[in-house]
Design a protein around this ligand. Structure first.
Ligand code: PMP
Length: 353
């Protein structure tokens, strides 16, 4: 076999959560939206399906125009990508030479580490404080890129505008990437998209996989100042969004009523389930996302609960890693999903150890 680049030989591939095993499983392990997608988005994608003999429009203008209107920016300040994972990769592709320092926080989304390994970056993890906030007095002058999800995954922690400004100002020589995959579930005003006008080293990343219930369509969005985005656009695959993704994505972004209703239901369910879990005496980390991190006081117990839930056909996520190994991350599904989860959890907790 011909040798691949050293950094590729050394890296391991990202392992996503398990796909659904069978149709009876309540799937709460990948933070998908368990409500049906917008019927307008479905109709738009269906209609487009008859035209697949032709290449898609290269710049995804429909999606970008809809996003620009929705978020109050210009279309030149938005890029549409094949899921938000693609915009994350493009940021590495455009900014990261081998050996460059790339920062992220711990515990957080681990795909940043995979990308850093792929590009031969010097990846540095900074621990969040005990309550999962940014450490005080942060200074990252050597960072080329710094990544922070807001809300964070897997904790659900929401950072304030002031905290984000602090991070941007602590990173004078690099791009700060705020990953807003879950921001539609957070309190209004959480998004820092309005700050791209103020900081030319800020990139904001969004996805239609979570709040818009379109994980299978693969639509992500990147927001940056026009000049920076033009550089990123050079390294984008020129047909990165297929016709279905462009049609469905645009219609989904324009169906703001669907989004408001669906995210409202998920947020209400999150608060109800958080209350019920706390009444069971469990620790729940405060979350502004469509998932909650539930603590079981020890790794062995968390693993046992994970298996007990799985045996009852409820699939959640377990991370066998420092600081998170005594927790389970549970996606907030529909009320019916969460009742199944709570029943399965009660059954599991009653089993003798
Ligand atoms: N960022 C965060 C924080 C995520 O949890 C995910 C989902 N795994 C993504 C980005 C990627 O989402 P997608 O590629 O489906 O847009």
């Amino acid at each position: 076999m011909i040798k691949v680049r050293d950094c590729v030989a050394r890296m391991t591939a990202y392992v996503p959560g398990e796909a659904a095993l069978d149709s009876g499983v309540v799937k709460l392990n990948q933070n998908e939206n368990r409500y049906p997608m917008s019927s307008r988005a479905l109709a738009a994608a269906r209609k487009e399906a008859s035209g697949l003999g032709l290449y898609p429009e290269s710049s995804s203008a429909g999606v970008r125009n809809a996003a620009a209107e929705l978020y109050g920016v210009r279309p030149e300040e938005v890029m549409a990508t094949n899921g938000s994972d693609e915009i994350l990769r493009l940021l590495f592709h455009a900014y990261c030479d081998p050996g460059d320092a790339v920062f992220a926080f711990y515990p957080s989304y681990t795909y940043y580490a995979t990308l850093a390994a792929m590009y031969g970056a010097d990846y540095r993890l900074v621990d969040f404080t005990a309550d999962y906030r940014l450490p005080p007095g942060l200074k990252l002058p050597e960072a080329k890129l710094a990544f922070l999800p807001n809300p964070n995954a897997p904790t659900g922690t929401v950072f304030s505008g002031a905290e984000i400004r602090g991070l941007i100002e602590a990173t004078p020589n690099g791009v700060v990437v705020i990953d807003e995959a879950y921001a539609d579930f957070a309190p209004p005003g959480t998004s820092v998209i309005p700050l791209i006008g103020e900081y030319d080293n800020l990139a904001v990343v969004r996805t239609l996989s979570k709040s818009h219930a379109l994980a299978g369509l693969r639509v992500g969005l990147g927001f940056m100042r026009e000049a920076a985005l033009a550089e990123l656009d050079k390294v984008r695959d020129y047909y990165n969004l297929d016709r279905l993704a462009q049609a469905g994505g645009e219609a989904a972004l324009r169906d703001t009523e669907w989004l408001r209703e669906t995210t409202g239901k998920i947020v209400a369910t999150r608060e109800r389930v958080t209350g019920e879990l706390r009444r069971l005496g469990l620790e729940v980390v405060p979350s502004g996302a469509n998932f909650i991190m539930v603590g079981f006081g020890g790794a062995e117990k968390a693993r046992r609960v994970f298996s007990g839930l799985k045996a009852r056909k409820v699939l959640v996520r377990y991370f066998d890693k420092r600081r998170v190994d005594s927790f389970l991350r549970v996606t907030v599904g529909t009320d019916a999903d969460m009742d199944r989860f709570l029943d399965a959890l009660r059954g599991t907790l009653q089993e003798p150890a």
